[in-house]
Ligand binder design. Structure first.
Ligand SMILES: [Mg+2]
Length: 259
């Protein structure tokens, strides 16, 4: 069994709830920081850019450097570059998302777009929806930063828009999705931390995103409950189930599991 080198953490429901850290969550990150293990906060939320996430996590109290945050924004850049899409893309997302993508070499364009990229757009307007609809009617391929239909607790997210755009033209297929549970995000993590999937552990609370991300990409997984009921697992098999995140400090510390 490969020795663990990197722990990846989902955020909401895993380390904190509504911006309030679970007991022990900050201590787990501090212990990792003092150890020879690497850690990364991994989020599908593309409504803000990675530097904004760093700030948000620091405000909550988590110690980190920019390299400790990975979002579906980075995975989307990797996906589009790997597939040779762009640089002109219709970026259906927030102003922060558009500006960050432009800093990565993509150009937001309606007239010259080669593709439509759907993100978590909390600033969605009828005009943006209209323009994106015209992109789909023009036959542009559709990509998304991540597949979540709803952002907890009840915000309409990118996955819901994917369903809308599938309805715009019968037979429309989504060409690529970057975030959890897809391989693009796993690839950027492996590149940044110079690790293999077998050396990674995904810690999360969602079956369809976090556990599927680990299982689809050859990582070990920890399902954290943090007081919530055991979810329906279906085909998914977490490597271990952790009742509370604080238990990572002792009995579920990777080396104590022989990982
Ligand atoms: Mg979560």
């Amino acid at each position: 069994m490969a020795r663990t080198k990197l722990l990846c953490f989902d955020l909401d429901g895993t380390l904190y709830l509504d911006g309030v850290p679970y007991p022990g969550a900050i201590e787990v990150i501090e212990k990792l920081r003092a150890s020879d293990l690497e850690y990364c906060f991994v989020t599908n939320n593309s409504s803000i850019a990675p530097p904004d996430y760093c700030e948000k996590l620091r405000r909550i109290g988590f110690p980190l450097e920019p390299r400790n945050v990975m979002s579906s924004c980075e995975a989307a850049c990797h996906m589009l570059r790997s597939l040779g899409v762009g640089p002109e893309v219709y970026l259906l997302g927030t102003e922060k998302f558009r500006r960050w993508m432009e800093g990565q070499g993509f150009v937001h364009s309606f007239d010259h777009a080669h593709a439509l990229l759907i993100a978590f757009d909390k600033e969605l307007t009828y005009q943006k929806l209209h323009e994106a609809t015209q992109c789909v009617l023009r036959g542009l391929p559709i990509y998304a930063t991540h597949p979540d239909p709803v952002c907890p607790p009840d915000l309409p997210d990118a996955g819901m828009l994917l369903e809308y755009f599938k309805a715009v033209r019968p037979g429309t297929i989504i060409q690529g999705i970057a975030g959890k549970p897809h391989h693009w995000l796993a690839e950027v993590l492996c590149q940044r931390f110079q690790v293999e999937p077998a050396e990674m552990v995904m810690v999360g609370d969602r079956v369809g995103t976090d556990l599927a991300f680990a299982q689809n990409n050859g990582m070990r997984s920890m399902l954290t409950l943090n007081g919530a009921h055991m979810p329906t697992l279906g085909e998914m098999k977490p490597t271990v189930i952790v009742p509370h995140i604080a238990q990572l400090l002792d009995e579920f510390w990777p080396h104590n599991l022989g990982w």
